[in-house]
Design a binder for this molecule. Structure first.
Ligand code: URA
Length: 215
């Protein structure tokens, strides 16, 4: 059996019949109802991605937050510490959050992939599809009012769109399977490489702040 077949078999056993749904079950077929159960289920996904990683990077922050930030995948520092956004991108993310009056205790942060792809490569379409039901479940369990997609990969994965981040950033949207309003913006790593785009990101985060006030 190849890796894809193994993962599909595991998914079927876990009760995932529709990858747009967030109905994922534990190994004892019980519906997952907590982040602890979800973490356990994710850790058991039989995928070779985790063989190259040091740690699983699940999520961090306030599990009852109104805002959930969704990144792409852990980098080297996140892989070492097992915590999302603790490297250079994370430091910039903290500054952006502080600029709208928030810190990590008030938001929840997770990624599309819970393991660092080898050499920091971009997640493949296959990996994105495999992890999407877990991401939907993760969002459902935190139940935020707002999801901020950080960068093109997180946006493409969550919205299942072929449109790029340049077209989508700053535009509020909703999708089936997610209760929250969603806004894509630039990834902090992109902002570090292209600081002239920070003003666009600033506009997006001001829109998040405005939406929080209205909620
Ligand atoms: N980039 C991401 O998308 N996620 C992290 O956790 C770190 C860097």
């Amino acid at each position: 059996m190849n890796e894809l077949e193994k993962v599909i078999e595991w998914f079927v056993e876990a009760g995932v019949s529709d990858i747009t749904s967030n109905e994922i079950r534990t190994s004892s077929k019980k519906e997952i109802t907590s982040l602890t159960e979800l973490r356990e289920a994710v850790s058991k996904i039989p995928i070779s991605l985790k063989d190259c990683a040091l740690n699983m990077v699940f999520g961090v922050g306030n599990p009852n937050a109104d805002i959930l930030l969704l990144g792409e995948a852990p980098g080297a520092e996140e892989d070492k510490q097992g915590i999302p956004f603790v490297g250079q991108s994370g430091q910039l993310l903290d500054k952006i959050l502080a600029a709208i009056g928030l810190d990590r205790t008030e938001v929840y942060i997770t990624n599309i992939l819970p393991w660092r792809p080898p050499g920091n490569r971009t997640p493949t379409n296959q990996e994105i599809e495999l992890f999407r039901p877990y991401v939907l479940k993760h969002i459902a369990l935190v139940n935020p009012k707002i999801v901020v997609c950080l960068g093109g990969t997180a946006t493409k994965a969550l919205l299942q769109t072929s449109q790029g981040i340049m077209q989508l950033r700053g535009k509020w949207t909703r999708i089936e399977g997610v209760n929250a309003k969603i806004i894509p913006t630039f990834h902090p790593a992109y902002l570090l490489r292209s600081p002239s785009q920070k003003k666009e990101a600033w506009i997006d985060f001001l829109s998040v702040k405005q939406e929080m006030i209205q909620e």
